[in-house]
Design a protein around this ligand. Structure first.
Ligand code: MN3
Length: 199
């Protein structure tokens, strides 16, 4: 099915000061729109016109680099907008997710350290993730538009560490952006809903 740019689930200025309206205007209206526009061009004639977005991502990986890059980024950004909310972040997690993080990762503090470290050490553009792998939570990172789906994992939370996601607000201070994302922006209820849907 053709790709569509979804509206942001909040106002452009709703995430300030941690993510500015200017960043969201460029990131959503220009960058995400470009993945949608280019993805739709590359979807035509690919044989995947009727596949779900998840299937396009999985089946184009390793086979059709142009389509994969745009479909992967479309998938990642649809979720990224929902992985954030005003007054989000911090350690007040829904109960079942908190228990799982304690069990598999050693608690919120250990998750926070690992997630920020993964994002800070992703060389160049990419994403850091909280994913479900063989029933266990794992913190990972991927280059460019890749995501845990291509490794047979379920993405539960991702943070965009392409410079377009933070350079206006944080310049080169990617670690500060990652800390603000974890401490003030994560929509844990959305993460919980993906976790519940996956078990
Ligand atoms: Mn982006």
């Amino acid at each position: 099915m053709a790709f569509d740019l979804p509206d942001l689930p909040y106002a452009y200025d709703a995430l300030a000061p941690y993510m500015s309206a200017e960043t969201l205007e460029f990131h959503h209206d220009k960058h995400h729109q470009a993945y949608v526009t280019n993805g739709n061009k590359l979807l035509e004639g690919s044989g995947l016109e009727n596949a779900s977005l998840e299937e396009v991502v999985k089946q184009s990986f390793g086979n059709n680099a142009g389509l994969f890059n745009n479909a992967g980024q479309h998938y990642n950004h649809i979720h990224f907008w929902n992985w954030m909310k005003p007054n989000g972040g911090g350690d007040k997690l829904p109960g079942s997710l908190e228990g799982k993080i304690n069990e598999d990762l050693g608690g919120f503090g250990a998750f926070r350290d690992a997630f920020c470290q993964a994002g800070a050490t992703q060389f160049g553009s990419g994403w850091c993730w909280l994913a479900l792998k063989d029933g266990k939570l794992a913190v990972t990172k991927t280059p460019n538009g890749e995501n845990p789906l291509v490794n047979g994992e379920v993405p539960l939370l991702g943070c965009d560490v392409w410079e377009h996601s933070y350079y206006i607000d944080y310049r080169n201070a990617r670690p500060k952006y990652l800390e603000a994302f974890v401490d003030h922006l994560i929509n844990w209820e959305y993460v919980e809903s993906l976790y519940q849907a996956s078990v």
